[in-house]
Design a protein. Structure first.
Length: 462
């Protein structure tokens, strides 16, 4: 079964992603003309932003890697590597950024190390996303039959990680020139080669995602949104390289949003899977405890719950009653009308009995064949007699045609209660109710009876 990300999106999901994409484009269009507008400086904003990007990227990488192990989709493994790449490069940039942890940065950073790490991050991540989309079908067949899923994950995710480490070492150790020229304004994209390359990579990644993925799955539409958020981040940063400007602040917001989008989608998938698991478990429990034909509880449920009810009644000195109900002449009915009609008859009888046992803790179970048990916690012998007679009358009112007297289906009912009787085990109470049912049969059927001859019997005959 395909996961949530690989399923086709619903109209509502597509509308949600499209709305987010339009809002992102709106933010870019609204901010771009004022990208170099100076705003009050908030010094902790940069480390807060970087830590957020690092955390969300790492979470996305972990969740995607876990999904790859289960689903063996190459795109998931490579995407895990792409987000790991982003996490490593942004972490190195934060450590190397002058003035955050040290005046000149940590790890022996050069003057332009942080700028190059930003460049590698914003150029490398979209490239790895495109690579992930290209591996969607190329490796699928090999991965579906492999026993070495862990090795494949190490390869698919390990390559971007190795590239991130290598580029980090280059940025930290090599004396590189400044990636962008000094004192740049909104003409940056037309004047700086590195800026043009980075911007083109981001724009090309969006086009590639649309062309390769064609919005066929949930993952496709949200990857386009992620790349669009990254494009907005990159564009606003390139339009204003100075800190604490409108472009810089909005760009940082979208740098946090880009990895956060997929994390939210993945967490939502986990929520959906938990809901499906809960529903499946509830359905399994219903199937395991209910009789498939009559939809009342089955014998296993009766055995378990009746024993609990019996011991509870003994511990708390409360009564417990049991009514055993059996279809009269059911074998003959089956032989005459066929098993299909017999099944319909049993289902109708079970529904009638369920309507009689209406208290919160009462329940009806199919005891075996055409025999049913009605468990009545808290009911004494008088209450059991009342329910037994109501059960008999409820079936009688169905008027299911039969070829035996009185011309329609009837039941016999026997009842017993723990109040005033020294039943030591659940089996003893069941045996007493069963004896009462046998006695009802001996009295001529279509009768409710107690287990002892000196108790009052009730009969309704037509």
């Amino acid at each position: 079964m395909d996961g949530f990300l690989i399923q086709r999106p619903s109209r509502l999901q597509t509308l949600g992603a499209g709305t987010f994409a339009l809002l992102t484009l709106g933010a870019l269009v609204a901010t771009a003309p004022h990208a170099d507008l100076r705003l009050p400086p908030i010094e902790p904003f940069l480390p807060m932003c970087a830590l957020t990007v690092f955390s969300t990227s790492l979470i996305a990488a972990f969740l995607l890697g876990a999904q790859f192990i289960v689903m063996r989709r190459p795109i998931l493994g490579t995407l895990a590597g792409a987000y790991a790449f982003a996490a490593i490069t942004v972490a190195l940039q934060l450590l190397a950024f002058p003035g955050v942890f040290a005046p000149t940065g940590l790890l022996g950073a050069r003057h332009e190390s942080a700028a190059w790490l930003w460049t590698f991050w914003h150029g490398g991540f979209p490239l790895f996303v495109v690579l992930a989309m290209l591996t969607r079908y190329r490796l699928a067949k090999r991965l579906s039959n492999t026993r070495h899923v862990g090795r494949w994950l190490a390869t698919l995710a390990g390559v971007p990680i190795a590239v991130a480490i290598a580029l980090g070492l280059v940025a930290l150790r090599a004396d590189l020139p400044a990636p962008f020229g000094p004192s740049l304004d909104n003409a940056l994209l037309a004047a700086d080669p590195v800026a043009i390359v980075i911007w083109t990579i981001n724009l090309g990644a969006i086009a590639a995602a649309l062309f390769v993925g064609r919005m066929r799955t949930m993952l496709d539409i949200w990857l386009v949104v992620v790349l669009l958020a990254g494009f907005t981040d990159t564009s606003l940063n390139l339009l204003s390289t100075a800190r604490f400007t409108a472009g810089w602040y909005v760009a940082r917001l979208f740098s946090m949003i880009a990895p956060g989008i997929l994390v939210c989608v993945l967490v939502w998938e986990v929520t959906v899977l938990y809901r499906r698991l809960f529903d499946a478990h509830a359905s399994l429990m219903r199937t395991a405890s209910h009789d498939a034909l009559t939809m009342v509880y089955n014998r296993s449920y009766f055995n378990e719950q009746f024993e609990r009810a019996f011991h509870y009644a003994r511990r708390h000195n409360t009564p417990l009653a049991l009514v055993m109900v059996d279809d009269d002449h059911f074998k003959q009915y089956n032989d005459t009308f066929g098993h299909l009609q017999g099944d319909t008859c049993l289902a109708a009888v079970a529904a009638a009995l369920s309507g009689v046992a209406g208290r919160a803790n009462d329940f009806v179970a199919r005891y075996g064949g055409e025999e049913f048990a009605v468990v009545l916690p808290g009911a004494d012998e008088r209450g059991a007699a009342t329910i037994a007679e109501r059960a008999r009358q409820a079936v009688e009112r169905l008027r299911i045609a039969a070829d035996t007297a009185p011309g329609y289906v009837t039941v016999s009912a026997g009842y017993a209660a723990s109040s005033g009787n020294p039943f030591e085990t659940p089996g003893a109470l069941i045996a007493a109710a069963d004896a009462a049912l046998y006695r009802a049969k001996m009295l001529g059927r279509n009768v409710s009876a107690a287990p002892h001859h000196d108790m009052q019997d009730t009969a309704m005959r037509d």
